[in-house]
Design a protein around this ligand. Structure first.
Ligand SMILES: Cc1ncc(COP(=O)(O)O)c(C=O)c1O
Length: 387
């Protein structure tokens, strides 16, 4: 018989406590760290320094002033009271910027992937997704009713094999991948994936969270006409918060009707929208930060070669440079040591990445100096090689 305890159930159930214990035993217990402003940033997604850019802040204030009647809070979902003139104008701006027919703003990239993928993929459909896809893509897939198979990371022969195998078995096939991968920093061959999707009549969904502002100022805009949906985010290179899905007007109408993470949530604030708009205008007119970031990426690559670290790093031409070490405890220990030396380098642990592929993820920025790059790699060499 069930024990009818009178105590209120506010302590964590034993089964959940057990999961935390297991995480701890695996050296994978996550915690939120206090920020340390003195550390040199090799960890944030603020690739172009836009979150600290005062010109963008001023531009955003100007934009805000141009819409004096807008409220501070959106006051509701876009479908109810949360729609406002500035957000519509911003969406039109995004269409010009990214050469697309329509854009739909979401509160975050997570929300955009979740709402897009879960709503478009139906029970009778198939989703083929890169095995290293971000959690937001995977959660979107889980929420959809479609069948889903992963293909080997960036392995287009494997994707082609699966497209050929399933093309007659499913009404619609969606291919989901990332332009620049968040954990490995390498890029998808968009040209070839577009060609494959066209050949097999599949619908491509491309997550561009880490490619815009890093490998390109407008991401995969040259392929706009061939990509079913692109997800762009404002929390990385644009130094702010939010996201948009780019595609046709029909897709926009569909999302407004069926994407739950668009419908059942308060719209982004006018301050947030003005900031995102200002950041885009700034990037368009000021190439310096983008050029400096790319200089720093090349300098970092030269340094890992000259400091004999190449074998540890995944080859990438992006702002994400991953040093694969293996083992949660070891990676955590080196990241702590680097932090004590004044460098903010974070450990990426399993289960976020597969066991054995635990790593330090170096995020590169426009505002890092050559000296800082040299130094952090010097310190890393000490911990990796000379120990
Ligand atoms: C590839 C990818 N997609 C989507 C997201 C989610 O974006 P946001 O941070 O705006 O929710 C992230 C963020 O880490 C990401 O790396």
């Amino acid at each position: 018989m069930k024990n009818l305890s009178r105590k209120p159930n506010i302590s964590l159930p034993d089964s959940l406590k057990q999961k935390l214990v297991q995480r701890k035993d695996e050296g994978a217990l996550r915690s939120i760290q206090k920020p340390n402003a003195s550390w040199i940033d090799f960890s944030s997604n603020d690739y172009l320094g836009f979150s600290r850019n005062t010109s963008i802040a001023e531009l955003a204030t100007e934009k805000r002033k141009a819409y004096p009647n807008e409220l501070h809070g959106a006051t509701g979902s876009r479908l109810l009271t949360g729609n406002y003139e500035m957000i519509e104008d911003f969406e039109s701006y995004l269409c010009h910027y990214y050469k697309t027919e329509a854009s739909t703003v979401f509160n975050s990239g997570y929300d955009a992937n979740l709402g897009l993928i879960s709503s478009v993929a139906q029970r009778q459909d198939l989703i083929l997704y890169d095995e290293l896809s971000h959690a937001s893509i995977r959660d979107g897939i889980t929420l959809s009713k479609a069948k889903a198979y992963k293909f080997e990371h960036n392995h287009l022969e494997d994707l082609e094999k699966k497209l050929a195998k399933f093309k007659d078995q499913f009404e619609t096939i969606y291919v989901v991948t990332e332009h620049v991968f968040s954990m490995d920093g390498d890029s998808a061959d968009v040209d070839r994936i577009v060609e494959l999707c066209e050949r097999f009549g599949a619908y491509l969904i491309l997550d561009e969270a880490h490619s815009i502002g890093t490998i390109s100022k407008r991401g995969a805009s040259e392929f706009s006409e061939s990509i079913f949906a692109r997800v762009i985010t404002f929390g990385k290179s644009f130094g702010s918060h939010g996201a948009a899905v780019l595609g046709t007007q029909d897709l926009k109408q569909y999302l407004i009707n069926f994407a739950k993470s668009f419908i059942y949530t308060t719209a982004p604030s006018v301050e947030n929208t003005s900031r995102n708009w200002a950041a885009h205008e700034y990037l368009k007119q000021n190439p310096e930060d983008f050029e400096q970031l790319n200089f720093n990426i090349n300098f970092f690559l030269d340094q890992i070669q000259s400091q004999n670290l190449s074998s540890y790093f995944i080859k990438s031409q992006s702002a994400i440079q991953s040093c694969v070490i293996g083992g949660n405890k070891k990676v955590k220990s080196i990241s702590h040591q680097l932090q004590q030396d004044g460098f903010d380098v974070r450990a990426i642990l399993s289960p976020t990445v597969p066991k054995g592929k635990e790593r330090l993820r170096f995020c590169l920025h426009s505002y890092t100096t050559k000296e800082e790059i040299k130094k952090v790699l010097n310190h890393l060499t000490n911990y990796l090689i000379k120990k």
